[in-house]
Design a protein around this ligand. Structure first.
Ligand SMILES: Nc1ncnc2c1ncn2[C@@H]1O[C@H](COP(=O)(O)OP(=O)(O)OP(=O)(O)O)[C@@H](O)[C@H]1O
Ligand SMILES: [Mg+2]
Length: 332
């Protein structure tokens, strides 16, 4: 029996044992399905039993979120880093306009897009990540609200999943999201969103006098702020491993406790930046591309992440749909 079949049967057992009215908690089995923690006795072996990762079954019957999604929830200024931090320098926060219609057309999650299959998939994917983001952490543990999205190799869907996860969480009533483009060698968050390149993370790490508030971009999705990758630097790996980066990560994790920070990251197997970045994170999401990412690549990526907490897999591009819903996403 594959990992997916075993997880699905565990899910069924849990659901039949569960109390009838626990809609949000019922999403929890999706975490088990996704989690690739070293303590699990057999999932990795089973998950990568074929040349390409075995086709995933959906974690079924997950009840819709209790809270309605909205992109226009007003956020108190103190909760939005861009405005608060800029208040220190006296400069107004930068603001960019996301073209929500264009985003929807290229398959990204938006509040305007309605309840598409994509939106539903990311509701399921985000739920356990949000839950763990705000679970009290033990001494020495990385903050759970820092979530890195990575994959083995280029093109497997890291940026796509990062933006969709960020948009999906930003539509929650209670959370603000900071989307950091940490793929500093090949940044693509702004390009994917149809925005011009801007200064960002690397500039913050390179220059002593830069204030984070001057680099953050507020958006027309009130709860979403973006930190671009910024200038390219040959010292990217050292900068990401630097004390300045540790300070930055600590600051953003703790200053706004209701905020989730999503890091769109480089691939694990081609760069050392991703590994360095992973060391700061409380949760890691590894995107696996259906029919493309090999068993060997997944194993090697998970080996690189050994010892790090809360490693999850997203199984991306699992099947084709007509129209704008090109692919589906599943935990697996
Ligand atoms: N689930 C999906 N449905 C439709 N298109 C997708 C999906 N996931 C990724 N894509 C498309 O696949 C391509 C690669 O995706 P993306 O840029 O997110 O990959 P990446 O892992 O970030 O790549 P890189 O390593 O180059 O940064 C893009 O054209 C993106 O639009
Ligand atoms: Mg990318």
């Amino acid at each position: 029996m594959s990992i997916i079949e075993r997880a699905a049967s565990r899910l069924e057992q849990k659901q039949s044992a569960a109390a009838p009215a626990a809609p949000v908690e019922q999403a929890a089995p999706a975490v088990e399905l996704a989690t690739a923690e070293p303590a699990a006795s057999e999932p990795l072996q089973a998950a990568v039993a074929a040349d390409t990762v075995a086709a995933a079954a959906v974690a079924p019957n997950v009840a819709p979120d209790a809270a309605p999604d909205t992109a226009s929830t007003p956020v108190p200024p103190a909760e939005v880093g861009a405005s608060a931090a800029s208040a220190r320098t006296g400069r107004p926060p930068k603001r960019v306009e996301l073209d929500l219609k264009r985003m929807q057309d290229i398959g990204l999650v938006t509040a305007a897009g309605g309840r598409t299959m994509l939106v539903e998939d990311f509701r399921i994917i985000k739920r356990p990540l949000i839950k763990r983001a705000f679970t009290p952490r033990g001494p020495g543990e990385n903050p759970g609200n820092l979530i890195m999205v990575t994959s083995s190799l280029p093109g497997e869907g890291k940026t796509f999943c990062s933006i969709n996860l960020a948009m999906s969480i930003a539509m929650e009533l209670d959370h603000t999201v900071l989307l950091v483009d940490a793929d500093v060698a090949r940044p693509s968050v702004l390009r994917t969103l149809g925005l011009p390149a801007q200064r960002g993370l690397m500039d913050l790490l390179l220059e002593d006098k830069v204030d984070m508030g001057d680099l953050l971009l507020r958006t027309n999705v009130d709860t979403l702020t973006i930190l671009p990758a910024g200038s390219n630097s040959p010292r990217a790996t050292e900068l990401l491993a630097s004390q300045t980066m540790t300070n930055f990560v600590h600051e953003i994790a703790n200053r706004y406790p209701d905020r989730i920070v999503i890091f769109d990251s480089p691939p694990l197997l081609l760069t050392s930046e991703a590994h360095v970045l992973a060391g700061h994170m409380g949760q890691i999401v590894v995107v696996v591309e259906a029919e493309r990412t090999t068993q060997h690549a997944v194993k090697e990526s998970l080996r690189q992440l050994e010892g790090l907490p809360n490693v999850n897999l997203i199984y991306n591009k699992t099947r084709e749909f007509p129209g704008t819903e090109t692919y589906d996403y599943h935990y697996g």
